[in-house]
Design a protein around this ligand. Structure first.
Ligand SMILES: Cc1cc2nc3c(=O)[nH]c(=O)nc-3n(C[C@H](O)[C@H](O)[C@H](O)COP(=O)(O)O)c2cc1C
Length: 392
């Protein structure tokens, strides 16, 4: 029974991959309150049904920074995606490119930039963290430029990593983690054969490339822990602005004041995101944060949004609340873990169909026609405040 494609893929992924990987993707920070609210608040936004409006022609096509997109969706940066399927980043990027949407490669991907870029016709988007090792940042930016990347996604909501307690329980980190992961791999033979054996090397491709020697999964945790930079501020981003001549998107904005700062800084876009509830548990869901941010900066830069998007209706809701493009994180990882490139391609097809139905029944013939009027009351911000539970 299909409840939603990503719910079914989530169940299938849970059976297929070792628990340390499932929980690394599925889990969030602390009590996972924000993670739950991302999904529930978004699902609670009521779409406004309209009928008898001749919806025989409908288009989901859109454009961002001069790049055409078959629908206003892109795949979000997900670290270690290459552990979820054999050379997972390549498979996901291929599925995205065939569907006509962008794929964002994480700094901490398994496959290095050049491997993924050379597998697809479309330019990759690349995500960079602000790290203490500025030499590494410069190195990857040069690699990204050489690989034809134009759009840079700069993630700023990780000056320190959020505590994800599931990782310590699952064997991703904590005591005897290596042995526990090995045992889990043995009891998940499909994954062990497909990824464990044939998906090597299992290192952080971009970091190995910089260091000139292979890295291990253990190094990932240690490297992340040692390399995030709590001293970061807007002025630290200036050299990147000068160095990078393509569009620059700041990811991890949840407050209208920060969105205005991003405009002052000269960013081309922002991603309204709480990192999928993986950073500060207790911050508002994106559904709650987005309308006020759109009120503050819509039209001044591109607004992208993520966190909690599980089907095509959620994409329509985000666009109606003011997003120009929506990023998928876990939704595509579950599909990748279950069926690789074919799984992601199938998921994107379902998203497209769900969006078509939602747009037909809200009377929006194009993405530009989706707006606050597509929701139950006139203003997104006020209607959302009324519709959502007052628990956050
Ligand atoms: C397993 C996992 C790894 C992630 N790694 C990164 C990353 O390397 N860089 C980044 O900017 N965001 C990362 N994110 C956050 C996603 O880009 C995105 O913001 C988030 O997944 C959206 O929430 P959702 O998955 O609930 O839709 C990661 C998310 C997950 C689930």
């Amino acid at each position: 029974m299909i409840i939603s494609a990503s719910t079914d893929y989530r169940q299938a992924a849970k059976r297929r991959i070792p628990p340390f990987l499932f929980h690394y993707a599925d889990g969030g920070a602390y009590t996972e309150h924000t993670l739950r609210h991302n999904v529930e608040d978004l699902a609670g936004i009521a779409l406004r049904q309209r009928v008898l409006k001749d919806m025989s022609s409908l288009s989901l096509e859109t454009e961002l920074f001069g790049e055409s997109m078959a629908m206003p969706v892109a795949l979000a940066p997900v670290g270690l995606a290459g552990m979820y399927a054999r050379r997972g980043e390549v498979q996901a990027a291929r599925a995205a490119a065939s569907k006509g949407i962008p794929f964002t490669l994480s700094t901490v991907s398994v496959c290095p930039i050049a491997e993924v870029a050379s597998a697809i016709e479309r330019p990759l988007w690349f995500q960079l963290y602000v790290l203490k090792d500025r030499g590494f940042m410069k190195h990857v930016l040069e690699r990204a430029k050489a690989a034809g990347v134009k759009t840079l996604v700069f993630t700023v909501d990780m000056p320190v990593p959020g505590a994800r307690y599931r990782d310590a329980h699952s064997g991703m980190s904590g005591k005897h983690a290596g042995i526990r992961r090995m045992l889990q791999a043995v009891t998940h033979p499909f994954w062990a054969w497909d990824v464990g054996l044939h998906g090597r090397p299992h290192d952080l491709g971009n970091v190995s490339d910089y260091r000139g020697e292979p890295t291990e999964l253990e190094d990932y945790i240690a490297w992340l822990g040692n390399n995030f930079d709590p001293s970061i501020s807007w002025k630290d981003l200036e050299w990147i602005r000068e160095f990078w001549d393509g569009p620059m998107i700041i990811k991890g904005i949840l407050d209208p004041e920060d969105a205005r700062d991003a405009v002052r800084f000269g960013a081309d876009g922002i991603v309204v995101s709480n990192h999928g509830g993986r950073q500060l548990d207790g911050v508002p869901s994106t559904a709650r944060a987005l309308p006020a941010i759109a009120d503050a900066v819509k039209g001044d830069l591109a607004i992208l949004a993520d966190s909690g998007v599980r089907n095509g209706l959620d994409v329509v809701r985000m666009i109606a609340m003011g997003a120009d493009t929506v990023l998928l994180g876990r939704a595509y990882i579950y599909a990748l873990a279950t069926a690789g490139e074919a799984g992601v391609a199938h998921l994107l097809e379902l998203f497209e169909k769900e969006m078509q139905v939602a747009m037909t029944l809200t009377g929006a013939r194009s993405i530009a026609e989706l707006g606050p009027d597509s929701l139950v009351t006139g203003s997104a911000a006020s209607s959302i405040e009324r519709m959502l539970s007052p628990s956050l």
